[in-house]
Design a protein around this ligand. Structure first.
Ligand SMILES: [Fe+2]
Length: 359
């Protein structure tokens, strides 16, 4: 039995025949089982140290052709890796997207409408205490599209101009999130989380306690609308590797339109036209769930946002999901997104190993 990397060097493994491919320039690092009867949890149990080294070196690992099949096996694989799960941090800590609980700590990756792309972000970038690891599992790979692009935030940071690096390092960002009791908008089915879905309750006292312990400032705009602000560093030192990386939710009207234009050929002329109109209305009516400001309360300069967007995209990998793929991401280093989906897609997620970046 052999355990090889793309260049054919033996990495030693007595139980499995695996071929490690570096086919996507090492990002993500692909570990492909040559025998699909191999359970992912067993592999991770036997090769945990090497997997940790690969994750530290590459920031993202794609496990392909292993036997996963169920949410339980996905969760078991992550437990073997040593992931300490904190699903509540999202479902009761102001998570922005709707998710369905699948089993224990396993949730659907998002219930956001299939036609809309999701912008690049580090998971829970708006929170000082956030997961350092996030994982996705393709229970049902999409028929068409539905990619989860990932971008290497360490390379993005290294590629930024000195001026932008300096500004991002010396100022915190303010994330303003707006939640409503009802998340149904008559013209756009965005399915962002309602207050109850984001905090597990609508009770004002309980929400106040959650915000206090999470370092969030909150205020009720009216009976139905809650505003939550948090101040977070955009540049972080990765506790695993001690290198700099970005921590961002890369959303603005201009960037969203740019992202949509990148995949506009996937829609017919009329659908494209209607979607653009909906998106313009969405931003005009201030329905975006989150807005980003510099610490003086002003919006980030467009020039800086475009610079970030270009670098995030040029350091991104867009791969097509195959059934049973599992993606393991260093959330401190990597951003992820989602493109539009055609047909059914069941991508599950788990995250954990929380870290407070404010101390
Ligand atoms: Fe996400």
């Amino acid at each position: 039995m052999e355990f090889k990397n793309a260049k054919g060097r033996d990495l030693k493994n007595n139980e499995y025949a695996f071929l490690i491919k570096n086919q996507l320039k090492g990002f993500p690092f692909v570990i492909e089982a040559s025998d699909s009867d191999g359970l992912l949890s067993e592999f991770i149990n036997s090769e945990k140290q090497k997997i940790e080294i690969a994750l530290a070196n590459h920031g993202a690992i794609l496990f392909r052709n292993f036997k996963v099949s169920t949410a339980e096996e996905f969760e078991k694989s992550l437990l073997e890796f040593g992931l300490v799960m904190h699903a509540d941090a999202y479902s009761k800590g102001g998570g922005l997207t709707q998710r369905k609980k699948i089993k224990n700590n396993v949730y659907s990756s998002t219930e956001t409408s299939n036609e809309s792309p999701i912008y690049f972000h580090n998971e829970m970038a708006y929170a000082n205490t956030r997961p350092t690891i996030i994982s996705f599992y393709a229970h049902l790979s999409p028929n068409l599209y539905g990619e989860t692009p990932i971008s290497d935030g360490a390379k993005v940071y290294a590629g930024l101009s000195g001026e932008t690096q300096q500004i991002l390092k010396s100022h915190k960002l303010i994330y303003r999130r707006i939640y409503k009791k009802s998340n149904k908008h008559f013209f756009l089915n965005v399915l962002q989380a309602s207050i109850k879905q984001a905090f597990g309750t609508e009770d004002a006292d309980t929400i106040a306690k959650i915000c206090q312990t999470s370092d969030f400032e909150h205020k009720w705009i009216n009976d139905n609308t809650l505003q939550v602000d948090s101040k977070v560093s955009a540049v972080v030192t990765n506790p695993r590797t001690n290198s700099y990386a970005l921590n961002l939710q890369l959303l603005s009207r201009d960037l969203y339109m740019k992202q949509f234009n990148m995949i506009k050929e996937r829609h017919s002329f009329w659908k494209r036209w209607i979607m653009k109109l909906k998106m313009e209305l969405y931003f005009y009516c201030k329905l975006a769930p989150i807005s980003i400001m510099s610490d003086d309360g002003k919006p980030l300069p467009k020039k800086m946002l475009f610079e970030l967007f270009e670098l995030v995209n040029s350091n991104a990998c867009y791969f097509k999901w195959q059934k049973d793929d599992v993606l393991l991401l260093d959330n401190t280093r990597c951003l992820h997104a989602r493109l539009n989906v055609e047909g059914e897609r069941k991508i599950y997620t788990c995250f954990g190993n929380m870290h407070n970046f404010n101390i």
